[in-house]
Ligand binder design. Structure first.
Ligand code: SAM
Ligand code: SF4
Length: 465
């Protein structure tokens, strides 16, 4: 059996040691964080536990600084696409749980999948996150077929979706190898809770009850050659400081074994879900203030990891989290299979969980520009150019990735504005692009981006470095 490398004793000792942290120690940790080498468990715990408003303000400032150092001011956008809500597991918090009789079970047909993809890409998205329940009747070949179907959809004669990431149940190495052949970007699998007893308590039946098998999912993906993998905790199930430290242990373990940590980390908080009483009153509900602190401290602890916030959070919270180091967000999302078609046709349907941000992609983008002064990005370049896994990290660590992120954000955003932007977003967006161009110091790079913009204006598409 795969071993449980989450060392609960070490986590509790780190939390205890962190209780001794005084102001001077907090300042030292913040100083160290600016070296971009990450933090230890005890240092992370100290920053998570401080309640001093001055300390918290300094943590937030440091997180903003680090995000800017590594990625610049770009925010990558994506849309989730739910393929099936069929599920054989009973996860206490989820609407897709097998015993939920209120939920209509839907697995999208090829035609429905094509329609969902078209609606997403007609709004301007280039990245989709395909999401699946876990059911014995929905096998790896069904997953592969769904990916191939989405990749084959065209928008104006071009591939509509340029990068697919997936959130699916753990697989065997052989199935991951088959999955890799489809050309996915990142494979996501959230442990939900790293606390063993809690995990056993909330996963009541089905394949997901196996803690160790899930814990090693990303190891197996790496062994199969999928080198962009993603972690996450479902906040609300157990004590949040424990969860962040355990997630760090997971990251360190991946780094030790594969020389590369996770590509991204997601921060789902439990939202009310149909047919789940526990989702209405999660046992460890975390308030907005602590949530912001968790996001900011994670930016300090694992500085090179992309950080994702979904539409579970409301617009105000999302705007605040973006300033604290988030690098990717979903937008214009629907969280049920067929949800995009139903919204377009005004058919009411309950989603997987309540969405906190109902705005369209264009509204989210305009807000990103006006409120956050951030550059929306539809870039899919790294994975298409082979900058994945270890190669990505060797660029990110000396601070070089933003030399790709910034030009690619400018070019893909201009492409969005030309094809999909509303009048208001176009005006604000073009001003932002002009201001951003002026910040590029390297004259050769600046000339290349200008040339790319001219080619886009002349009607070319899909220009990237
Ligand atoms: N079945 C796969 C699995 O469990 O890994 C993937 C699909 S599952 C719907 C994707 C994620 O949704 C889960 O990993 C969990 O973190 C999240 N989720 C489930 N119930 C939720 C809820 N009530 N609120 C917020 N997120 C939830
Ligand atoms: Fe199924 Fe995943 Fe929901 Fe659990 S979290 S019930 S495995 S869809």
């Amino acid at each position: 059996m795969e071993h449980n490398f989450i060392n609960e004793k070490e986590i509790f000792e780190s939390i205890e040691n962190a209780q001794k942290a005084d102001k001077a120690m907090i300042n030292d940790i913040l100083q160290k964080a600016r070296e971009l080498k990450g933090l230890s468990l005890t240092e992370t715990a100290a920053l998570l536990m401080t309640k001093d408003p001055e300390d918290i303000a300094s943590i937030f400032e440091t997180a903003t600084w680090i995000k800017d150092e590594i990625y610049g001011n770009r925010i990558v956008l994506f849309a989730p696409l739910y393929v099936t809500n069929l599920c054989g597991n009973i996860c206490d918090y989820c609407a897709f749980r097998a015993d939920n009789k209120e939920l209509e079970r839907i697995t999208l047909s090829k035609e429905q999948l094509i329609e969902e993809t078209k609606i997403i890409s007609d709004s301007g998205h280039k990245r989709a996150l395909l999401v699946y329940g876990e059911h014995p009747s929905f096998k790896i070949n069904n997953v592969i077929e769904s990916i191939e179907t989405v990749y084959a959809v065209k928008h104006n004669d071009e591939q509509a979706i340029r990068r697919i990431n997936i959130n699916a149940a753990p697989m065997s190495v052989d199935d991951f190898k088959a999955l890799k052949e489809t050309g996915i970007g990142t494979y996501q699998c959230f442990q939900e809770t790293y606390h063993y007893d809690t995990y056993k308590k909330v996963h009541l039946a089905g394949l997901k009850t196996n803690y160790e098998y899930r814990l090693h999912a990303l190891h197996r993906a790496q062994k199969a050659g999928i080198d962009d993998v993603a972690v996450g905790v479902l906040f609300g199930l157990y004590e949040p400081i424990f969860e962040v430290l355990a997630m760090l242990q997971h990251c360190f373990e991946l780094e030790r074994e594969f020389d590369v940590g996770p590509h991204t980390v997601s921060f789902p908080r439990i939202e009310p879900a149909l047919g789940s009483d526990m989702s209405i009153h999660p046992p460890y509900e975390i308030d907005d203030q602590l949530f912001k602190q968790i996001v900011a401290v994670t930016r300090l602890a694992i500085p090179y990891t992309g950080m994702i916030i979904s539409t579970r959070e409301n617009p105000k919270m999302r705007a605040e989290l973006i300033d604290l180091g988030v690098s990717q967000i979903s937008a214009g999302s629907k969280t049920s299979p067929g949800g995009y078609h139903e919204a377009k046709a005004n058919i009411p349907r309950k989603q997987q969980f309540l969405i906190g941000d109902e705005r369209s992609l264009d509204e989210v983008i305009n807000d990103l520009i006006v409120r956050n002064k951030h550059m929306p990005s539809f870039c899919t370049s790294c994975y298409r150019k082979g900058r994945t896994g270890h190669k990505f990290m060797t660029l990110a660590k000396p601070g070089n990735i933003k030399n790709f992120c910034q030009p690619n954000a400018i070019l893909t955003f201009m492409e969005y504005l030309q094809q999909f932007g509303s009048e208001e977003t176009k005006i604000n967006g073009i001003k932002l692009i002009t201001d951003e161009l002026a910040t590029i110091e390297n004259e050769i790079l600046k000339a290349a981006v200008k040339e790319g913009l001219e080619r886009l204006t002349a009607g070319e598409t899909d220009i990237y470095f």
